[in-house]
Structure formats: structure tokens, C-alpha cells
Design a protein around this ligand. Structure first.
Ligand code: MG
Length: 268
């Protein structure tokens, strides 16, 4: 099931997306409004609205976004970072937060921060957590996942290089576009992940290239902290990161999910 969050007549609702999401057919999509919330047992109301008559919102409002750095070897190499030790074992993953205030939805603008001159896109698979959990054993990981969506880990690269902690470089307002919806029936093991800027391909990878799998990451993160329903994990970006300029349209497409599109604007 595809679960979208949207506003209609001033109210916020969740809905199940019905219809084909093939390119060109999106105009036919409808939302069957959900009674309740997707983090508990819920029913479809049977009340349907055309998707192109509503404004899609971020599919979830996370309490926290836990992000992973350097999880694709080729991307780590392109930024000059080693991720394996001298014996060829992967180093512990880099883990950081993006604040809830950095989250925006599909179609929302990315506001170029005033303190950067080198904004980059990072297309990433996002995992949406469905239930409160901690110390999740590997065999229970599937039980705590609601589904998957597309993310852009927008990064002020110059600030990231300049400052030891990445809170400003990756945590400014609008640095975390999510969407367009949550796909609940998906095996995340080997999906194409692509980023285009103004229609031109910049990043292309497969989730099978991750150094640590979704299972590995959830075991690792929940060893340290409780995850809450709606929390989001960003799983790292494949090679090909590059600059974004004011006026650019950046799109993240993940096989089996859909496309998340945002435009870069000057921060007002
Ligand atoms: Mg990233």
C-alpha cells in the first residue's frame, strides 16, 4: 500500500494512493482517506479524492531523522573518505541527526542557506518506523518498519567540511525533503536509486551497494536509542553528489516508490 499525507479543506489526512503511478498516468491517482493513523490498526473510509486536487505533505512528521553517512563505498571515495580499515572491515557507520524542522514535503521549496555557497543533493532511501522500538534483534527488524519513501539529504558541503559537527550543514530548514508517499510493500534490498537535476541524471545506484543494509542500520541505531512511530532513517547516498543552484529542480526516484521533486529557491 502507498500511504500519502495531505491537506484538504484545511484538514490534514492520510490516504491510500490508488491507481497507476507510471509516468504520465499520475493524473488518474486517487486517495482513499484513512480512518485513524497508519501507525495503528486503521481502515480505509471508502471516501476518495483525486490526488491532483490536494496538496501532498511530507508523508510523516518524524520526531527525529537519524541519518547514516558513507554507506556507499563509491560515494565515500568521491569525497576522499575511507570506509574500510586496514584489514578491509567496514568502519562503524557515521550517524547523525537532521532535525524535525528540516523536513519538507514533495513540491516544497529547498531554501538555499545564506551561509553556504556549495549546496549538494544526496538521493537516499528513507525508512519510516512504524512502532516504538529499541534494541531490535535482526530477526524483528521487519516488524518495526512501516515502509519506505524517497529522501534528499540536502547538504551544505562547504559548511560540512568547515565545521566538525554537521548540524548546520545538514540540519537547516528544508534540508530534508521526504516523499511523495510511504510504500509499505517493498523489499529494500536491491532498488534503483536515481537523482536528476533539471532532468539531467546526476546519481544512479542500487540499494544493494549499501555497505550496511537496512537491517544492519536498525540494529545499530536501536542499540543506542529508542525509535518512535514516524521516525525516519536515511540510509546514505550513492556516488554522483553535486551542486544545486537557485532555480534548479531536483528529483529523487526510487524503484517501487516514486519520485520526490523539489525546487531550489533563494532563502527569503
Ligand atoms: Mg547523506
Amino acid at each position: 500500500m502507498r500511504i500519502a499525507r495531505f491537506s484538504i479543506d484545511g484538514n490534514v489526512a492520510f490516504g491510500a494512493v490508488e491507481g497507476s503511478t507510471a509516468p504520465g498516468a499520475e493524473g488518474e491517482l486517487v486517495l482513499d482517506i484513512i480512518k485513524g493513523i497508519p501507525f495503528a490498526d486503521f481502515e480505509l473510509s471508502g471516501t476518495k479524492v483525486p490526488l491532483n486536487k490536494v496538496r501532498l505533505l511530507p508523508p510523516v512528521l518524524p520526531n527525529k531523522v537519524v541519518a547514516i553517512g558513507r554507506n556507499y563505498a563509491e560515494h565515500a571515495a568521491e569525497l576522499g573518505n575511507a570506509i574500510f580499515d586496514s584489514e578491509g572491515r567496514p568502519e562503524a557507520p557515521i550517524t547523525f541527526f537532521k532535525p524535525s524542522t528540516s523536513v519538507v514535503g514533495p513540491g516544497d521549496p529547498i531554501a538555499y542557506p545564506s551561509f553556504s555557497e556549495d549546496l549538494h543533493h544526496e538521493a537516499e532511501l528513507a525508512v519510516v518506523i512504524g512502532r516504538m522500538c529499541r534494541e531490535v534483534p535482526r530477526e524483528r527488524v521487519k516488524d518495526v518498519i512501516l515502509g519506505y519513501t524517497c529522501a534528499n539529504d540536502v547538504t551544505a558541503r562547504d559548511v560540512q567540511r568547515r565545521e566538525k559537527q554537521w548540524a548546520r550543514a545538514k540540519g537547516f530548514d528544508s534540508a530534508c525533503p521526504l516523499g511523495p508517499w510511504i510504500e509499505t510493500d517493498l523489499d529494500p534490498g536491491d532498488l534503483t536509486i536515481r537523482c536528476t537535476v533539471n532532468g539531467e541524471q546526476r546519481q544512479l545506484g542500487r540499494t544493494s551497494q549499501m555497505v550496511r543494509s537496512v537491517e544492519d542500520l536498525i540494529v545499530h541505531i536501536t542499540e543506542a536509542m529508542t525509535l518512535l512511530p514516524g521516525d525516519v532513517i536515511l540510509t546514505g547516498t550513492p556516488a554522483g553528489v553535486g551542486p544545486l543552484n537557485v532555480g534548479d529542480e531536483v528529483a529523487v526516484t526510487i524503484e517501487g516508490i516514486g519520485t520526490l521533486t523539489n525546487k531550489v529557491i533563494k532563502r527569503g
